[in-house]
Design a protein around this ligand. Structure first.
Ligand code: ADP
Ligand code: MG
Length: 333
């Protein structure tokens, strides 16, 4: 199912427009964990959000789930500004499922698998109206690959992979339009991770659902996603189709992320980023990567660097991306 606007174009399920979210540090300093971030989640697509720890990914997830408020900017769900209050919030939350990194921590250990998967149905009526009957519990369990024999077991009886399958079942039992997946495979071993990624792929195709898939791992995102947003220090530094970003990463930060995974492939010619010692809490005045960037120059400090078009559906927030591409091309010859 695709959701079409009156203009006949396909409407995004969700759009974040220039959202900023601040926290206060223990020392009292206010800082922007998410800074002027915009992204689109089109129907039936998996959109990846990647960046190292602390880049603001989970804050984006919390924002979409209504758990933190934006200082400024808008979240638009199916064409309407989401106002996180009262009935609107309840209605919106039915449409957005969530899967967390630690399945065990998000499951009540005193509830059986059947109770855990049935619970969201009691709390909320069906999201899109195609789930909701008691039989949907067994349907959902079968969809996520949990054998019926396990439905009276408790989370503590299950493997990590099975626990995450139950977490996914809870997230989809109300038939949401969007799943927010915050590092859903990061706590799993490699073979279980591959199984859960395949499951997520299958669910996306079966349920025609959109994903915001958050990960610090490029390989995982490449496996599942159609598009990718790369975040660093609260800002989106690159966006594009997964194949374009992987084959032709334009931002030095994206290049370093890829090189870290694959020193012999896309990493050829990449300059690695030095770790920052005592980087401090104050964001740089110009490009967010500047203090760490091997290509930095004076002009990189002249004000905020916004995303600009670098190709079809490919944007980058780097004033030197063309020069850097030339340098990389030369050094990989
Ligand atoms: P990620 O998921 O990419 O690791 P987070 O969104 O969790 O990043 O965090 C982004 C930044 O905000 C980090 O510097 C983190 O320490 C800080 N942060 C997250 N949650 C809070 C909070 N509740 N209060 C203060 N700072 C927070
Ligand atoms: Mg996180």
């Amino acid at each position: 199912m695709s959701f079409r606007g009156s203009g006949g174009g396909i409407l995004n399920i969700l759009e974040a427009r220039r959202v900023t979210v601040s926290y206060r540090r223990p020392d009292g300093e206010q800082f922007k964990a998410v800074d002027d971030v915009s992204f689109d989640l089109p129907p039936n697509q998996a959109v990846g959000l990647i960046g190292e720890s602390g880049s603001g990914k989970s804050t984006v997830a919390r924002l979409l789930l209504g758990l933190v408020a934006a200082d400024s900017g808008q979240v638009i769900f199916r064409g309407k500004d989401v106002r996180f209050a009262g009935r609107d919030l309840a209605r919106y939350r039915r449409q957005v499922g969530v899967v967390f990194q630690e399945p065990f921590e998000s499951l009540n250990p005193a509830m059986t698998v059947r109770e855990l998967v049935g619970e969201p149905l009691k709390v909320q009526r069906s999201g899109r109206g195609t789930a909701g009957s008691p039989s949907s519990i067994s349907d959902v369990l079968s969809l996520v690959g949990i054998p019926a024999a396990l439905s009276d077991r408790y989370p503590g009886d299950l493997s990590g992979g099975q626990q995450q399958r139950v977490g996914i079942a809870r997230a989809i039992v109300n038939d949401p339009a969007l799943l927010v997946l915050d590092e859903p495979t990061s706590s799993l071993d490699v073979s279980t991770r591959a199984q859960i990624l395949n499951l997520l792929q299958r669910i996306k195709e079966t349920l025609s659902i959109s994903y915001l898939f958050i990960s610090h791992d490029m390989e995982t995102v490449a496996h599942l996603c159609d598009q990718i947003y790369v975040m660093y220090r609260g800002r989106v530094v690159e966006h594009g189709r997964v194949s374009d970003v992987l084959d032709n990463p334009l931002h030095p930060y994206t290049q370093a992320l890829i090189a870290a995974r694959d020193p012999h492939g896309a990493g050829v010619g990449t300059r690695l980023l030095p770790d920052l010692v005592g980087s401090g809490v104050t964001a740089p005045a110009g490009c967010v990567l500047e203090p760490r960037c091997p290509y930095r120059e004076e002009s990189c400090r002249n004000g905020v660097v916004n995303l600009s078009d670098a190709g079809l559906e490919h944007q980058v927030a780097c004033i030197k991306f063309r020069e850097i591409a030339e340098v990389r091309n030369r050094s990989s010859l």
